[in-house]
Design a protein around this ligand. Structure first.
Ligand code: MN
Length: 567
């Protein structure tokens, strides 16, 4: 339903009263686009309505800029619409002052953001709707503003939307921000990928009748079969990891099959696997083991016709699909329909169900880390990099950033487990403590009572949480560990050995006005390749991407990866 229709239909509702109030308050104001200012809060409220949010939230969406941008005070809102709506508007107004510009501001800002969001998630959801519309109209702003807002969206709001399980919104925000923060990468994609997308889509169109017929033969009537084209922003991230080689990306376009029941999900999977053999290691059962943000689906990649083009399939029910698109908002809506609990109880019950662990995680971050200067930086990495899901021997899924080690895993279970770790097994094999965990790995930690962590662990752990725990334990021991607070990026390059290559690489870095802190080059096993590690004084993601793109252009370079290091 349109927000205007809603207002007409329920003229005495809280939403209708807020609509009239905000329209009047903003009258005469214009957006940078030239349209009436009220179009903005109206659009924000429309998103919230679409996400099935409650009346108070939609009302607050309509009123969200009133206190900041008009003569109205918070008292006026309180008098007119009550404490709850005023509380939400106040939260948004505060968040509006949060500006992520980089170094100095970043720490305080993100902290505020988390505080506000933990207090009432609805504030954060309104903020996301606000940001969504602002990103859609970003082209009307000045270039400096565009860059700052796009970067903030890409590095802070999109990952938060993802955390909330709002995958659709998260992807939209990233895609809207991407051309502003990485114009070169965006141009590269447009010129290199468009044709591929079209080819792949044509191919899937030819395959589709085969899939539909096979499902019907098995007695499965799909609710919907469509294609999901991989988003530019996430494709680019993946390409950076895959050598910019588009042929290695299987899920450029994936089939999405929506079925009626859980049983049909697995039955459909069986049908697909009997049509074409699955690519080993690419089957993921996110139904049995959902992602920590609540995502449920079956994913598989099969070798397609004549084994030429691997195809990805995503299979899920309608409810899983809604939840995947709208995350917390979808859950919220389901709870609302049951209708008995009040808001605070509802949130508690969601947290208790462990269905959406982020509520708890946000709280923990806030409590443990609010005065640790390293915390925000490390958390940003946790948010930004892809995540992996390792499993305890008892089957509990542990959410970790990519590259995490058994020590990170141990600390995620419990700080005492982390402190007392002396060894680890991955899938039954004894591994070193700095081994890299991968999704689906079963990790068993061996502990010994009274053991203390080693400062050497700080070199390889990936999570902010593990670092904090290790430092805490070391400080208790009375160690005088000095921690440098410098942040830098390490580029890891795999290349064919050639005289002059190192100089070419360092030239690229210095031409971008980036200081090189350290460079090291080692031959890889046998054969003529090298692993080159370059530490540089930079951490801005767009700069990193630009330098990576340039280094990739060197014909000797095979692979390149990066890591932001904050001490
Ligand atoms: Mn706004």
């Amino acid at each position: 339903m349109d927000i205007k229709e809603y207002v007409k239909l329920y003229p005495d509702s809280l939403i209708a009263r807020s609509y009239a109030f905000a329209e009047k308050a903003h009258s005469g104001q214009k957006r940078a686009s030239g349209e009436a200012y009220f179009e903005h809060p109206k659009k924000v409220a429309a998103f919230l309505l679409e996400w099935n949010m409650d009346e108070e939230t939609i009302a607050a969406g309509l009123l969200h800029d009133v206190v900041e941008d008009t003569e109205c005070s918070m008292e006026d809102i309180k008098k007119e619409f009550g404490d709850h709506v005023a509380f939400l508007v106040d939260g948004i107004t505060k968040l509006g002052r949060v500006k992520y510009r980089g170094e100095e501001a970043q720490r305080e800002n993100i902290k505020k953001l988390i505080l506000a969001s933990s207090e009432d998630i609805r504030v954060l959801i309104i903020k996301l709707a606000d940001r969504y519309h602002n990103m859609q109209t970003l082209k009307y702003l000045k270039p400096e503003k565009q860059y700052r807002i796009a970067l903030e969206t890409y590095e802070i709001y999109a990952p938060i939307a993802y955390r909330l399980g709002m995958q659709h919104l998260s992807g939209e925000l990233e895609d809207l921000a991407f051309p502003y923060i990485n114009p070169d990468g965006y141009k590269w994609l447009i010129s290199n990928v468009k044709v591929k997308y079209e080819d792949r889509e044509k191919y899937l169109h030819r395959i589709k009748p085969i899939v539909v017929a096979a499902l019907r033969d098995a007695g499965i009537e799909p609710v919907k079969i469509d294609f999901r084209a991989k988003r530019y922003s996430s494709l680019y991230k993946k390409l950076v990891r895959y050598d910019m080689n588009i042929e290695r990306i299987y899920d450029l376009i994936a089939f999405r099959i929506i079925v009626n029941s859980l049983a049909d999900c697995y039955a459909a999977l069986g049908v697909i696997h009997s049509l074409w053999p699955p690519v080993p290691g690419r089957f993921k059962d996110y139904i049995a083991m959902p992602k920590p943000n609540g995502y449920k689906s079956l994913h598989t990649v099969v070798f397609g016709k004549g084994n030429q083009h691997p195809i990805e399939f995503q299979i899920r029910t309608q409810e899983m699909h809604e939840s995947a698109e709208n995350g917390i908002a979808a859950h919220w809506a389901y709870e609302e329909k049951k209708g008995t609990q009040d808001y605070s109880e509802r949130i508690a019950s969601i947290a208790k169900e462990k269905e959406i662990q982020w509520v708890k995680q946000l709280r923990n971050w806030q409590n443990e880390s609010s005065d640790d200067p390293d915390f925000i930086d490390s958390m940003k990495i946790d948010f930004f990099k892809d995540r992996i899901f390792a499993v305890t021997p008892k089957g509990e899924v542990i959410d970790l950033p990519a590259g995490a080690t058994p020590v990170d895993f141990a600390y995620r279970i419990h700080s005492t487990v982390g402190d007392q770790t002396i060894g680890a097994k991955i899938n039954g094999d004894v591994v070193p403590l700095d081994a890299e965990l991968h999704s689906g790995d079963v990790c068993a930690v061996v502990t010994q009572k009274g053991k203390k962590p080693s400062s050497a662990w700080l070199e390889f752990v990936k999570t902010a949480h593990a670092k904090q725990c290790i430092r805490r334990a070391l400080n208790e021991k009375g160690s005088n560990l000095v921690i440098a607070k410098k942040k830098h990026t390490e580029l890891k390059i795999l290349a064919i050995d050639k005289i002059g290559l190192l100089k070419e690489i360092t030239d690229i870095v210095s031409r971008s006005h980036v200081n090189i802190l350290d460079i090291e080059s080692n031959p890889k096993n046998n054969g003529g390749s090298l692993i080159i590690k370059v530490s540089c004084e930079m951490h801005e993601i767009d700069k990193i991407f630009k330098i990576i793109a340039k280094i990739k252009d060197l014909k000797e370079v095979r692979e390149i990866d990066y890591k932001i290091i904050s001490e």
